[in-house]
Design a protein around this ligand. Sequence first.
Ligand code: TRP
Length: 339
Amino acid sequence: MRALDARITAHPDRFRVLTGERPTGRLHLGHYFGTVAERVTLQARGVETFLVLADYQVITDRDTTDNVAINVHEAVLDYLAAGLAPASTTIFTHSSVPALNQLLLPFLSLVSEAELHRNPTVKAELAASGRALSGLMLTYPVHQAADILFCKGNLVPVGKDNLPHVELTRTIARRFNDRYGDVFPEPEPLVTASPEVPGVDGRKMSKSYGNAIALSMTNDETAAVIRRTPTDGDRHITFDPVGRPGIAALLTTAALCASTTPELIAEQIGSKGAAELKRVATDTINDYFAAHRRRRAELARDRSAVIDVLQAGVERANTIAETTLDEVRSAMGMHYTLM
Ligand code: TRP
């Protein structure tokens, strides 16, 4: 891991990051500390990034694409407000890049059904969805390999629970190259040390749990979510994630925003009770995101700015995807137009 870090520092231009998000809702603090901040850091280190808004992945665990257009638009606002620059980050949606999606077909031939069923991430997501396994849910990791390989991404920032996806992408790249000749790099996972941000109830932050603080919230909306945090009658504030999950969640989040530790904040609040903790957490979070929210509001005034960024991203992604698909078809002996 440290060796990879050193290689990135020495030659940032040798790396291309592919990463992404499903546009299922507003980006929240979990996204920010989990992935967005890391992308900004990579950009500052000089690494080019491709960022897919995985709209086709929205329907892996639900029947509707409700709000997908607005979610895409809002996500781009957050990326730009967070400091991602369109000059070094190509932002695009799955559904706008046909050649990327076509890679799915040859890639599917390179994996067995048993391998797909073994993927622990898919198993966990299937269980959480409470639904029958759809063909898309089973195969989306192969689609994700197409996301990464269409632009020959060789660095994929992931949390630990997504490592199996990168491993599968490496397998697909290797098998393709073995069978048809060298086309793809074997991407490396960049395991991010980013902390998991708990929602205000102590569970993982997720829009579907109603425990998320969105980056786009106003100060008052943030306060309202924090007010809902379940606390207890003990006025003495301690950091106890198991026994006092709501209190621990607020301490953790406030500590992230104040670059300190949850224990230290607990100590400072002492016996002033949960109301004081909520006030401190609200202020700390709102202060930390004040500049982001200001930039976001400014950007939001001009819809065309976001549209321009997406259009440029989609165009660039299409150019690259078409080139890669050409190479793939040539390697596979399917380039009939050249004969
Ligand atoms: N599955 C990711 C998520 O749920 C989004 C994603 C799509 C992605 N394609 C990817 C992440 C490729 C990394 C690499 O947010």
